[in-house]
Design a protein around this ligand. Structure first.
Ligand code: ZN
Length: 308
């Protein structure tokens, strides 16, 4: 089968715990976007993906899935109940009769930023998405790096050996210090005992904490500072191992912008051997990075696998 050089309709799909975001990419544009609620069972999710693909009517499909993904087999995605191990790539190829490529969602976000966003033109890049947990991906020598399949679980590097318990079962993971699903409950537990502007907020979110910190609230500043401190340890570790061109930071906490980046950089620099210039860049594609990444990953895999 020769490569289809006229591919100009690629579906990019980003499966999250709440929504399935998708888009049809043609040329350098997303021409259609969708946002479908993520159903509760694996069977319904596969049915929904089939429906989305048939509706978008692409020639090629790329999908980012949460959890561990190896050769299109998706294992134990943290936010999709009932899903143990499913060969999603093979199943969808059968159902839609199209080339379908499935990889990890954070890898796809990273690939999107690498091909179209903040990391365009760079060769060695690490992306960290700071959300409820920490998503991460690695580009080494211009290639997405998988290791034996599961590389990039940066959220679970240890930053405090006897620290907070992580959902993975370990203690002191980076994620347990910067992920909102860990930070927010701790903040809520302490808040009644602290004199803070945050007591006036109806809901405690990372945005609320950032706003209060910008207004000079000492408690909110402490929280942001702690996140920057532990993220700085992680960034220093990553620079020691990979010496990347840049680390891209996306997600809620990163949206605070410059003051936060400066803090992280300062904590990282203190721990780094040698005179090194740490480059931290904000993500550029934001919400669409996963859709772009999945589509372009599929395109590059497809053209590569046919030796083009
Ligand atoms: Zn962990």
């Amino acid at each position: 089968m020769a490569p289809n050089v006229s591919i100009n309709r690629i579906a990019g799909i980003d499966v999250g715990g709440t929504f399935i975001k998708s888009g049809l990419i043609s040329g350098n544009q997303i021409i259609t976007t969708r946002r479908d609620p993520t159903p509760s069972s694996p069977t319904e999710i596969i049915d929904t993906l089939t429906f989305i693909i048939q509706t978008l009517s692409p020639q090629l499909v790329g999908i980012g899935m949460p959890g561990l993904v190896q050769h299109g087999v998706v294992s134990h995605p943290p936010n999709l109940p009932g899903w143990s191990v499913i060969d999603l790539q093979t199943e969808l190829r059968k159902r839609v009769n199209l080339p379908v490529f499935v990889d990890n969602d954070a890898n796809m976000v990273t690939y999107g930023e690498f091909r179209m966003g903040a990391a365009q033109g760079l060769r060695n890049v690490i992306l960290l998405t700071l959300g409820t947990g920490v998503g991460a991906g690695l580009i080494i020598d211009g290639q997405l790096y998988h290791g034996k399949g599961y590389a990039g679980e940066i959220g679970h590097i240890t930053v405090e050996p006897h620290g907070y318990r992580c959902h993975c079962g370990n203690r002191g993971c980076l994620e347990a210090y910067v992920g909102t699903s860990y930070v927010i409950p701790r903040v809520k537990a302490i808040l009644p005992y602290r004199n803070s502007l945050l007591n006036k907020y109806p809901e405690i979110t990372m945005e609320a904490i950032a706003t209060a910190a910008n207004q000079g609230d000492p408690f909110a500043t402490e929280i942001i500072d702690e996140i920057a401190y532990y993220l700085g340890i992680g960034v220093a570790t990553l620079y020691s191992i990979f010496d990347p061109d840049a680390i891209i930071l996306g997600g809620g906490v990163a949206n605070i912008g410059d003051p936060f980046f400066t803090k992280v950089k300062s904590y990282a620099t203190q721990r780094l051997y040698g005179d090194r210039n740490i480059v931290l860049l904000p993500s550029k594609l934001k919400d669409t990075a996963g859709v772009w990444g999945a589509a372009l990953w599929a395109f590059d895999q497809y053209t590569h696998s046919f030796g083009e």
